[in-house]
Design a protein around this ligand. Structure first.
Ligand code: UDP
Length: 235
C-alpha cells in the first residue's frame, strides 16, 4: 500500500454529476463504491467535502449579500453534502463519522482532532464538514488543515481533470500533463492547483497533493496502490 492514511478532497460540484445543482445520488453511490475499495484494503480515509453545488459565499456577495453571511451558508452546504456522503458510504457498508467545524451537535460530532484520529485508526471513514469553521476560507484550505492535523500522508484532490497541465487542457489542446511537479514550479508557472492559502499551507508543511480524475472508476484505488495516474505535487 502506497499511502496508509489519506485525505480525499471532493468538490461540491463533483456531487452534481450531470445535474446543474444539488446532489446526484448515482454519482454519490459511485464515489462510495470507489472509497470502499480502498477502505477494504486497510487505507485510512478522511474526507473533506466542498459546498459549491449548493452555495458559495462569493455568489451571495454577487447578489448583494454580506460575505460572512454567505460563507456561513456555504459552510452549512458542506454539512449537507457531508450528510449525503455519509449516508451513501454507510449504504455501501462502511463505518463513518461526520465531524463538523461548526457546532451542530444533533447532526454531527464536533471536530475533535484526537477523536478523529481514533476513528481513522479503527477503520472508520471520517468526513469533515463545515470547512475550517471560518468565513473567508475555502474547503481546499480545510482539506489541507485537516490533513496536517490528522497526519495524513497525502491529499488526494479529486477533480474533473486528470492532473496538472502546462495550460488549461479544456481550452488549450497543446497542453501537456505533469506526472510530478514541485510546489515551487507550480508557483513559478502560475498554475492553479488550489487557492493560494491552501497551497502555501500544504507547501510549508510538506504535505504532497495528488491531483487526479475522480470520475474514472477505480482511480482512487490505483493511486493508493502506487500507480502514478494523476500529478503529484511535492517539495
Ligand atoms: N466556506 C467558508 N469557510 C471554509 C470553507 C468553506 O466560509 O473554511 C464557505 C465559502 O463560502 C465557500 C463555501 O463554503 O464558498 C463552499 O466551499 P467551497 O467553495 O470550498 O466548495 P467547493 O468549491 O469545493 O465545492
Amino acid at each position: 500500500m502506497h499511502y496508509k492514511r489519506i485525505l480525499l478532497k471532493l468538490s461540491g460540484e463533483a456531487l452534481m454529476g450531470e445535474q446543474q445543482y444539488g446532489i446526484d445520488p448515482a454519482r454519490l453511490q459511485e464515489y462510495a463504491e470507489d472509497i470502499k475499495e480502498i477502505v477494504d484494503q486497510g487505507v485510512e480515509v478522511a474526507i473533506v467535502i466542498g459546498g459549491g453545488n449548493i452555495f458559495r459565499g462569493l455568489k451571495g456577495v454577487g447578489q448583494g449579500m454580506d460575505r460572512v453571511q454567505g460563507d456561513h451558508m456555504g459552510m452549512l452546504a458542506t454539512v449537507i453534502n457531508g450528510l449525503a456522503l455519509q449516508s451513501a458510504l454507510e449504504a455501501a457498508g462502511m463505518e463513518t463519522r461526520l465531524q463538523s467545524a461548526i457546532e451542530i451537535n444533533e447532526v454531527a460530532e464536533p471536530f475533535i482532532r484526537r477523536r478523529a484520529i481514533r476513528h481513522l485508526e479503527k477503520g472508520r471513514v471520517v468526513i469533515f464538514g463545515g470547512g475550517t469553521g471560518n468565513p473567508y476560507f475555502t474547503t481546499d484550505s480545510a482539506a489541507v488543515l485537516r490533513a496536517i492535523e490528522v497526519k495524513a500522508d497525502v491529499i488526494l484532490k479529486g477533480t474533473r481533470v486528470d492532473g496538472v497541465y502546462t495550460a488549461d487542457p479544456e481550452k488549450d489542446a497543446s497542453a501537456t500533463k505533469f506526472d510530478r511537479i514541485s510546489f515551487e514550479e507550480v508557483l513559478q508557472r502560475g498554475l492553479k492547483v488550489m487557492d493560494t492559502t491552501a497551497f502555501t499551507l500544504s507547501q510549508e508543511n510538506n504535505l504532497p497533493i495528488v491531483v487526479f480524475d475522480m470520475n474514472t472508476r477505480g482511480n482512487l484505488n490505483r493511486i493508493t496502490s502506487g500507480e502514478n495516474i494523476g500529478t503529484v505535487v511535492d517539495n
